[in-house]
Design a protein around this ligand. Structure first.
Ligand SMILES: [Zn+2]
Length: 210
């Protein structure tokens, strides 16, 4: 599974708010940073996503009086989990983790910047219709296979993997370069979904000598 010139490593949401001490910390989320740095050296192409919300974003529990983080509400595009305020544009929490060292990264995809739509996936916002532009970017660049790493395995990595498959890209999730939130069985649901879609879950050592 050695990375080739049509492979991209997509590093999902390795931002301060998703790491320990952040507003929406993924347990042990910071542990992925050194491994991702080493993996990135083995890939010809690297891109990152960055959750990037305006203040008062629809996905914030604080935008819905009487609601608490991790409750689910129904919005125009379906169910929406409410989160603590996180990754607000221009704040330290929205910045990439300090230890992330990806000097060759070619693209940063910002997502979640529409106030009334959340965006887990690197490809579509949560209405499943509003594109981020990443699919077109990959096609124009001739990139065919997407390797995913980052946070959180059972939300933004999962949705990115599913949408990449929907766009007919080959997809590999590097599991030990991800960490999960595991909210109400979300990690098991992720494994089932990815298996059904033919998304390979591998360890970093299967991709490269890291
Ligand atoms: Zn978010």
């Amino acid at each position: 599974m050695t990375p080739t010139d049509t492979d991209l490593l997509l590093v999902v949401d390795v931002q301060n708010d998703f790491c320990p001490g952040g507003a929406l910390a993924v347990p042990r989320g910071d542990e992925v940073v050194p491994l991702i740095n080493r993996l990135a050296e083995k890939f010809p192409h690297v891109a990152l996503t960055q959750d990037w919300h305006p203040a008062g974003h629809l996905s914030f529990a604080s935008s819905h009086p009487g609601r608490q983080p991790f409750e689910t509400i129904t919005v125009v595009y379906g169910p929406q989990i409410l989160w603590p305020d996180h990754c607000v544009q221009g704040t330290a929490g929205a910045e990439f983790h300090d230890g992330l060292d990806l000097p060759r990264a070619e693209l940063v995809v910002r997502k979640g910047f529409h106030r009334t739509i959340d965006s887990y996936s690197a490809f579509f916002e949560n209405d499943r219709r509003t594109p981020t532009g990443l699919a077109g970017y990959l096609r124009e660049r001739g990139l065919e296979r997407v390797f995913l790493a980052g946070l959180a395995l059972d939300f933004c990595v999962r949705y990115s993997a599913e949408d990449a498959r929907a766009h007919r890209f080959d997809v590999v999730v590097i599991e030990d370069a991800c960490r999960a939130i595991d909210l109400d069985g979300s990690l098991q649901a992720t494994r089932q979904s990815l298996a059904t879609l033919g998304v390979a879950l591998v360890r970093a050592s299967e991709v490269a000598a890291v």
